[in-house]
Design a protein around this ligand. Structure first.
Ligand code: T1G
Length: 657
């Protein structure tokens, strides 16, 4: 092997058998920063000029090929060479350039690989064009090269969904030419030498295979339906389906579209979410705190929530011991868990072997002492303080003193539950969102006496469960339900002031919520909230504005969709505006002598956003939430707030004062 040449801080090369092996080493994800682009440009120019170089291999250090453009540079003045410039020089090289895709090749990373003349991948490699998830479209040739390589329908699916594919799917699609599980670079050097001197396959010059217009039409319609009015997927469809035009024209259109989207609100919001997700797991003052090791997780209560948590834990590789009150209840819980695993198998998410392996790691019992081996026990029993404190006292007598105990309570005070155990420092809250095996969000509740390494354990388990952990302090309803209560309260104020349920729901859906608040209410049922309101009626602060409309509906038996009527009527199951509800609302307004008025959708959204953001500011002031980004993540991942609006705190900060 020849000596190493540093083309820039993050790009070096060494000659092997007259092939220049260029390695990108720009931790943590080999982003195509200005330094990397400059280094690549120098390496390519050197390879072109050096008569003893017969070709180039491009690869990445560590577990990434190139993780994409450096999104931290967005919004800054562009630094030459831009990625399209580097990519153009790469594809035009007179000598073969082979991509040795050693890991993640995403966004601009895959666009670089697509411009290479040949691509081989490690079995661990994943690749994709996730730009739409950042509110943009590929901006360095992806929409024009990928369809030339794999056809319009397959390219449309990947670009408009932003999903990644693993190496073997990439091979079957034609993105890569081979998957090599031996020495990848060595294989790439060999291929380069084989290609040297032969005509090079330049992706941009490949003919576009004709696609069945009906297929494209059907796929486009499916993508647009999911996009719910967001622009990037629609632009991706336009750019990919018009790929038969001259390459240079398509490239220019793609670049202009990318730049326009990149500098827009939606992309700014999604970049905020991207970085907020990575910030959320970092708890100030907790850097470097070692979590306690967890291999065996006990789950108490195998109802809907407990069985979902069990499935998530089994999918993450944990051994799971499920406990319920009786043998029958335990067996019912087991069947519920097996049923969920069967569904995962039927959908192809796990294969037969995976199913069997997960079932083998599950045991069920009605005897507390069977939880003795647990490193962590999560309770998802009935949300009643006496029930939970009794359970934790029993667990004290069974598990090791260093075993972590987690409560999944939504509304009780975890400090009171912790006080029931001899070791309150080992208690924290893990507030899952139902269905727990599907919803990413996990509120990690830092109780008053939670030990640092117990909080670290909660975060580590959340990461292994592939959840999105957000740390919250102890308050009724934690971050999510505190903000949701403020949002619900304001929506009911709007009803009293003149808006109607369907107008508020239409405004929310127009803003990007998958469903309006009152439609969600009807789906979940009104009785639980009604029972809570009645429970706290005596202690309610009479000075605070209280809206009685929901009570009147419940008293009239309008308990939601299951009851056939709630905020809406449901003749033949179809949600329908009900004049009876309007009459109840008008009677409540009259009882308070409120003169109602019309509200525009903008006014409705503005009031709801302000209510959420104001409550968020209180949570920050109380130290319950650590960052505005955390609050945004909770509302996006737990309550349907549209990610392309960035969350209530981000969105409110964008609205002109
Ligand atoms: N730019 C800048 N920083 C990035 C980055 C990127 N593309 N990707 C990750 N980071 C940071 C991240 O914020 C975190 O920082 C650290 O790296 C580790 O990230 C021209 C325009 C590659 C699969 O969308 O999917 O190319 O918290 O925790 O779990 O058409 O990062 O340590 O300070 O996620 O090992 C397209 C985004 C960009 C890929 C690695 N590319 N990244 O996962 O690490 S747009 C993407 C990821 C584009 C072109 C367009 C993942 C990963 P900190 P991490 P990971």
């Amino acid at each position: 092997m020849g000596e190493q040449t540093d083309f820039s801080t993050g790009v070096s090369g060494e000659v092997r058998q007259s092939v220049l092996v260029v390695t990108i080493d720009n931790p943590p994800v080999n982003a195509a920063s200005a330094d990397v682009r400059g280094g690549l440009a120098k390496a390519l120019a050197h390879a072109e000029e050096a008569i003893d170089i017969r070709g180039v291999v491009l690869t990445g250090a560590a577990k990434t090929f190139i993780g994409g453009a450096d999104i931290r540079e967005f919004g800054q003045a562009p630094v030459e060479p831009t990625l399209p410039t580097v990519i153009e020089a790469l594809e035009a090289l007179s000598k073969p350039v082979v991509a040795a895709i050693n890991g993640s090749a995403l966004g601009g990373g895959l666009e670089v690989a697509l411009a290479c003349h040949h691509r081989i991948a490690s079995p661990l490699a994943q690749m994709g064009l996730p730009e739409v998830k950042l509110g943009i479209v590929p901006g360095a040739g992806g929409t024009q090269r990928l369809p030339r390589l794999i056809g319009i329908p397959a390219a449309l699916d990947l670009i408009a969904s932003g999903r990644s594919v693993k190496a073997h799917e990439a091979l079957s699609l034609g993105i890569v030419d081979d998957v090599v599980d031996t020495d990848l670079t060595k294989a790439a050097v060999a291929v380069t030498l084989e290609l040297a001197g032969s005509p090079l396959r330049r992706t941009s010059q490949l003919p576009v295979s004709p696609a069945d217009p009906a297929d494209v039409e059907k796929l486009s319609a499916k993508i647009l339906a999911k996009a719910r009015g967001q622009r990037p997927p629609a632009e991706a469809i336009r750019l990919v389906t018009s790929v038969a035009r001259p390459f240079a024209e398509g490239l220019a259109d793609e670049r202009a579209t990318f730049l326009a989207l990149r500098d827009g609100q939606e992309a700014a919001a999604l970049r905020h979410v991207f970085f907020a997700e990575r910030e959320a797991a970092k708890v100030p003052g907790f850097e470097g705190v070692e979590p306690r090791p967890v291999k065996v997780i006990g789950i108490c209560g195998l109802g809907l929530m407990g069985s979902g948590i069990a499935v998530a834990a089994l999918g993450a590789g944990y051994t799971v011991i499920g406990l319920d009150q009786t043998e029958e209840a335990a067996e019912t819980g087991r069947q519920r868990i097996i049923g969920l695993l069967e569904r995962a198998k039927a959908s192809g998410r796990i294969d037969e072997a995976g199913f069997a392996e997960q079932v083998a790691r599950l045991s069920i019992t009605a005897a507390d002492q069977d939880l003795a081996p647990c490193d962590l026990v999560i309770e998802a029993v009935f949300d009643d303080l006496a029930v939970k404190t009794d359970l934790f006292r029993r667990l004290d007598r069974v598990v090791r003193p260093d075993a972590v105990l987690a409560t999944n309570t939504s509304y009780l005070n975890p400090d009171e539950i912790a006080a029931a155990t001899a070791h309150p420092g080992r208690v924290l809250g893990l507030h899952f969102f139902s269905p727990a095996h599907v919803m990413r969000l996990l509120e990690v509740v830092r109780c008053g006496r939670t030990a640092p390494n117990v909080l670290a354990t909660g975060l580590a388990v959340a990461k292994k469960l592939r959840k999105l952990p957000v740390v919250t302090g102890v308050t009724e309803g934690f971050i999510g339900n505190r903000i949701f209560s403020a949002y619900r309260r304001e929506a009911e104020f709007l009803l009293e002031d003149g808006a109607l349920p369907h107008e508020i729901d239409a405004a929310l859906e127009g803003y990007g919520f998958p469903m309006g608040l009152f439609a969600v209410y009807d789906m979940a049922g009104l009785e639980i909230a009604w029972a809570r309101r009645k429970r706290f009626a005596a202690s309610r602060d009479r000075k605070e504005r209280y809206v009685e409309i929901a009570d009147r509906l419940c008293e009239a038996g309008r308990l939601g969709q299951k009851a056939g009527r709630g905020w809406y009527a449901y003749p033949d199951g179809k949600r329908t505006i009900d004049p009876e509800v309007t009459a109840i609302i008008e009677a409540c307004r009259a009882a308070k002598s409120i003169t109602s008025r019309q509200f525009s959708s903008e006014e409705i959204i503005s009031r709801l956003l302000s209510a959420m953001a104001s409550e968020g500011e209180v949570l920050l002031a109380e130290g319950i939430a650590a960052r505005t980004g955390d609050i945004d993540l909770v509302m996006i991942n737990g309550y349907g707030f549209p990610a392309h609006k960035g969350g209530p705190m981000f969105a409110k900060a964008q609205t002109p004062r």
